[in-house]
Design a protein around this ligand. Sequence first.
Ligand SMILES: Cc1cc2nc3c(=O)[nH]c(=O)nc-3n(C[C@H](O)[C@H](O)[C@H](O)COP(=O)(O)OP(=O)(O)OC[C@H]3O[C@@H](n4cnc5c(N)ncnc54)[C@H](O)[C@@H]3O)c2cc1C
Length: 411
Amino acid sequence: MSRYVIVGNGTAAIGCVEGIRFVDPLGKITVLSKENHPAYCRPLISYFLEDKTDPKKMLYRAETFYEDNGCEVLYNVSATALDPETKTLTLDSGDTLSYDKICVATGSSPFVPPMENLENVKNRFSFLTLDDAKALKKAVKPSSRVLIIGAGLIGLKCAEGLRAITKNITVCDLADHVLSSILDAKDAAFVQKHLEANDLKFTLHNSVAKFKGNTAIMQNGDEIPFDILVTAVGVRANWGLVKDAGGACGRAITVNEKMETSLEDVYAAGDCTESTDISDSLIKVMALMPNAYMQGYTAGINMAGGEKVFDNAIPMNSIGFFGLHMMTAGSRKGQMKTDIQKDSIKRFYKEDGKLIGFVLIGDVQNAGVYTNILRNQIPIKSLSEFNIKKSPSMATYDEEFRRKTLESVVK
Ligand SMILES: Cc1cc2nc3c(=O)[nH]c(=O)nc-3n(C[C@H](O)[C@H](O)[C@H](O)COP(=O)(O)OP(=O)(O)OC[C@H]3O[C@@H](n4cnc5c(N)ncnc54)[C@H](O)[C@@H]3O)c2cc1C
């Protein structure tokens, strides 16, 4: 009987369990979980702040998932070292665990750049885990003044969640516009206006130079007193196990299309890995739930002796703030087609006859169809009724794609 070990217990790990079980119903699966919770939907932690959900509703799978799949889960346990020669994993307790195949699905950790006197700030939080959200929720009062460093997706989701508790929230960012990794300045201004209408305050192109107690001295000289500080500047891949064992890494763990690392019988999946973005052929960390799941599932199938590749990763964000929904995918280059209305913006980017990216703000209808066209690199010429302003449907695709897709659904 094969022994499988999965390090981490997030989306990629669940995908890996399901991939293994698709092929091997009997092998022994051990899941190591640093967090003391069954896998949950990480993007929901901001809704937890707002009391729109609770830990039970946030579960990523049914409560019986691990039992149903014959997994042993070791909660509150971290792996500290991997030895691919002896095929053993060392745990923080000092115990070791042997494996035949292992998947590293360790996600990422918050990155906090050095800031003078940061260590002396009281009530300082990150916003990545359910425990972070629980601690933050406990500390914030309706009278709290909150400063959030980082106007990216995580900082803004945190701001939205906290807005249900306090009106006094300032977000700063070194970039000159919000969501700078997914939006250009024009589209970001549209979103920022909506955020400001919901009472968030911004200071952009400006970050904290140093702290004097719980006052931030900003680079432009302004002083911002606060009660609660949230650092949401970015994350770094948890690649230590593979890197320290001599495995290849770039900005994260290097994997091939089968999710194999350069170490024998060691696979990796999710936010701790980097892979090729098919919309621009660049190698990137695409820290997103759908990618994490598909990578984990692919790793699991291959670990159990099946055959699967995941070779169509794209960066994709489906988010909403205070009722404004948006979806971005792929790259923002090439030929652009724009449709701007009072309450919405749509941009489509095309190169070599293919859709390589899109941005939808305020109207995300048909996003699934656009994503399919992009992910499957379907030539626009072959889309019989492709008209961005009309409502695309399955009829949009050519006959062969329709047949293949429908076959895979009914099979
Ligand atoms: C606030 C927020 C909003 C988000 N919104 C979206 C969204 O709208 N859409 C979207 O697609 N994605 C979103 N994401 C990103 C998404 O949550 C991640 O891409 C996804 O959770 C990655 O899954 P993963 O399994 O790779 O990593 P994780 O979910 O991070 O799981 C990794 C687990 O491994 C554990 N671990 C690490 N090291 C060890 C070790 N040595 N031993 C044992 N365990 C270890 C970690 O503690 C963690 O529990 C959001 C993330 C955040 C924080």
